[in-house]
Design a protein around this ligand. Structure first.
Ligand code: GLN
Length: 380
């Protein structure tokens, strides 16, 4: 394997999902719903396939989807973007992240990351040869340590990556935190790459997009996808919204990474995004019920559950159960209890910082959530 990838192992999600199958354990690890996406979206895909929309799509997205993304972005942020010049469709948000980093970051560029971070950020930053500066968000609230951030950001900083609502903690960046970051970016001429794939799963507060803050659109790449919002994580439809000068870099990388994304799925994604807001309200209601089952269950089992404002994840402190670290705890949980969670130490540059924390997802039907809680009550 190439040197730049040597330190990265099989992703924790792949590892944990295969262990779940091997041990016949209930999988509250990898974040994918165990229920299906809505029929109107699936039907739109079938129709697109039957209508012969099966050859390469335009590289940066089929026009219908670029327009639907621009409309959605306007509804969400109030910003009018040009679907032809400022929207790029990618194969999932993971590709949008890769295209953004590879398209805009030079070897040696400083990029600020908040730990815990979604694993692909660090891997792709390494592929790009970035110089990672990491700031740790700490429990219980995982708030941004403002002064520490200020001391790390300088005119040498090229970009700050944020993720709100945040995987794995469920933290949402507050208006105050976003404004502080925005000021630092403007003072030091820094870009923001913001992963907002859980924006529609914001429960305790309103989601705020960095791009909507005064003067920020011009220096921000907003990344999003279809998968979480429409329970279709296997479709791998994502996108990047950015001003033309940043879109240029994203598209150049995208052109040579995947060139284009699945054509019929893009047509179906356009149909999905045109849905009425009541879809999102119902989604939130469903998830709130699931969240309550998991959070109350985990507390009853004896975990310290940290507050999660958004995403379909919660992070807990497992130390009341006496295991050495998160990996040892998760191994026991799979093998002896029959439940899968994600150890969080892989989401830190320094794994020690995550050793007390594990992540559970509640994107499962209620019976599955109750079943997992029951197993933990009996066997942990
Ligand atoms: N985003 C999903 C999660 O955090 C994982 C996706 C993947 O496996 N790459 O669980």
């Amino acid at each position: 394997v190439a040197k730049r990838l040597e330190k990265f192992k099989t992703t924790i999600f792949t590892q944990m999902s295969s262990l779940a199958i091997k041990h016949n354990a209930i999988n509250l690890g990898q974040g994918f719903p165990n229920f299906d996406g809505p029929d109107f979206v699936k039907d739109a895909a079938i129709e697109a396939i039957k209508a012969g929309k099966n050859q390469y799509a335009r590289g940066y997205g089929v026009p219908d989807l670029n327009s639907a993304i621009a409309s959605r972005f306007q509804k969400d942020t109030g910003l009018i973007v040009d679907p032809e010049k400022e929207v790029t469709v990618t194969s999932g948000c993971t590709e949008a992240i890769a295209a953004t980093i590879l398209g805009l970051i030079n070897p040696g560029d400083e990029v600020v990351l908040f730990a815990p971070f979604y694993d692909s950020y660090e891997a792709v930053l390494s592929m790009a040869g970035a110089n990672i500066k990491c700031i740790t968000l700490r429990p219980p609230y995982f708030s941004v340590p403002l002064e520490e951030l200020k001391s790390v950001v300088s005119p040498n900083t090229k970009a700050i990556m944020i993720n709100t609502p945040h995987n794995p903690t469920g933290k949402m960046f507050t208006q105050e935190e976003l404004e502080f970051i925005a000021e630092l970016c403007k003072e030091n001429d820094v870009l923001v790459f913001t992963d907002e794939v859980y924006d529609k799963l914001s429960f305790e507060m309103d989601h705020i997009s960095m791009a909507s803050l005064p003067g920020m659109f011009n220096r921000t790449v907003t990344l999003n996808s279809l998968g979480k919002t429409f329970s279709l994580t296997g479709w791998k439809i994502g996108w990047a919204v950015a001003p033309p000068h940043l879109t240029w870099g994203v598209r150049q990388a995208h052109s040579y990474l995947t060139f284009a994304t699945s054509t019929p799925m893009q047509f179906a994604a356009a149909t999905a995004l045109q849905t009425s807001d009541s879809y999102y309200e119902e989604l939130k209601r469903d998830y709130l019920a699931k969240k309550a089952i998991l959070v109350e269950g985990l507390e009853a089992v004896g975990f310290v559950v940290y507050p999660s404002s958004g995403t379909y994840f919660v992070v807990v402190d497992h130390t009341p159960f006496g295991f050495e670290n998160d990996v040892a705890f998760c191994e026991h949980l799979i093998e002896e209890v029959g439940v899968v969670a994600i150890p969080t130490s892989v989401f830190y540059l320094n794994p020690e910082e995550g050793k007390n924390l594990v992540r559970f997802t509640f994107c499962k039907d209620e019976a599955t959530l109750r079943g997992a809680v029951e197993r933990m009550k009996q066997k942990l």
